[in-house]
Design a protein around this ligand. Structure first.
Ligand code: SF4
Length: 367
């Protein structure tokens, strides 16, 4: 730890300030909403630097983890050619690597499809789909769009560019989500018992700070934070201060990247291609207006309508406790399968598969 955001002396100074600020007579429950925060907290052992009466709990901000089983099943069906109206030989899937090992209800995954059918391609940007489609005009490429406000503009950029360039052998299977409905759910949940939120800096870069206003209106603390140790500790200190003073406001401790207005160009591009829809979250259920559907004007690029995918199919029950973890009810180690039946090599749920998953973080860093 040696850059200015992780300098060991600065970290000691900050943790001492948190210890002075925290009231030993009360407990503080702070949720880190973003999966990248979960990983940083685990990697740097940040929870162990805090007084015992401050607990950090993971939230629903890992995009792969909140993707419903039904959406996963749709993706795998598509790869295996089981979806209706499908010319199975020609369909190719493009996806980020995290989605590959998440298993469907029948135990298969995109990884299996990749091995058996050679039609699943790992990409590093949605725009990689464009070059694949241009090079192989006889095949149709479906991009698995999973993510929050941070990544949805990239999926929008893919559709927009394909439309501008007249590339028709591309579509997007949108499983994109937005954060506000998840915050509403957590704020209304008496079992979650969250005192304050470390708000995701990456989402905030796009959205600005206004999406967090309902948090402070509900008299909970909110701090927009980056991903280095000093960022996270600054956010914790800010939250403790807000709680102690009963003075709730959206504090931005990540001003080097996030502004109050966000990225207007990215917002405009997203709104041009997508519109809000209801979406099902793993463990959280259907949340009104929390999904992003491709607008009618761009329906030629919408894999859901193109392949007649059933977004309301039954959710299959599993033993996985990801839902309880995403609501902050339990820590990953409280899942009976953690580290036994469920490990990164034998993952039962997406929270163990995803590089941003709470179970993966706890397992990797032996928390
Ligand atoms: S340890 Fe595995 S089964 Fe348990 S909640 Fe995490 S991902 Fe699901």
């Amino acid at each position: 730890m040696n850059n200015i955001f992780s300098n060991i002396d600065a970290v000691k100074h900050m943790t001492a300030a948190i210890s002075r600020e925290a009231d030993p007579e009360r407990a503080y429950r702070i949720m880190e909403v973003c999966g990248t925060h979960t990983m940083s907290i685990a990697r740097y052992g940040i929870a162990s630097l805090l007084p015992a009466n401050i607990s950090l709990v993971s939230g629903p901000g890992c995009p792969v983890c909140v993707t419903s089983q039904a959406d996963i099943d749709n993706s795998i069906d598509l790869a295996y050619g089981a979806a209706r109206k499908l010319d199975s030989g020609a369909v190719q899937i493009t996806t980020f690597g995290d989605m590959l090992r998440v298993t469907g209800s029948d135990g298969r995954s995109l990884y299996n499809a990749k091995a058996e059918r050679n039609n699943v391609h790992i990409i590093y940007s949605p725009l990689d789909t464009l070059s694949l489609a241009k090079d192989n005009p006889d095949k149709h490429y479906v991009f698995m769009a999973v993510g929050f406000e941070t990544t949805t503009p990239m999926a929008a950029g893919l559709v927009h560019t394909a439309a501008q360039q007249g590339i028709s052998n591309i579509s997007v299977l949108s499983m994109c989500k937005t954060m506000p409905a998840a915050f509403d759910l957590l704020l209304a949940d008496p079992n979650a018992k969250i005192d304050g939120f470390l708000c995701p800096g990456n989402v905030s870069i796009i959205t600005g700070s206004s999406i967090y206003e309902p948090i402070v209106a509900a008299k909970k603390a909110a701090a927009i934070v980056g991903f280095e140790p000093m960022d996270i500790l600054s956010g914790v200190l800010e939250i403790i201060r807000q709680i102690n003073k009963n003075d709730y406001h959206v504090a931005n401790t990540y001003t080097r990247a996030a502004s109050s207005d966000g990225n207007k160009k990215a917002q405009a591009l997203t709104n041009k291609i997508f519109e809000p829809c209801d979406a099902r979250w793993r463990g959280l259920g259907w949340l009104k207006g929390s999904g992003m559907a491709i607008r009618y004007e761009y329906m030629d690029y919408d894999a859901i309508s193109l392949y007649n995918l059933n977004t309301r199919r039954e959710e299959q029950p599993t033993q996985c406790r990801c839902g309880d973890i995403l609501r902050g009810y339990i820590a990953p180690s409280a899942c009976p399968l953690f580290g036994k039946a469920c490990t990164p090599m034998t993952a039962v749920g997406p929270c163990m598969v995803s590089s941003e998953g709470a179970c993966a973080a706890y397992y990797k860093y032996r928390i």
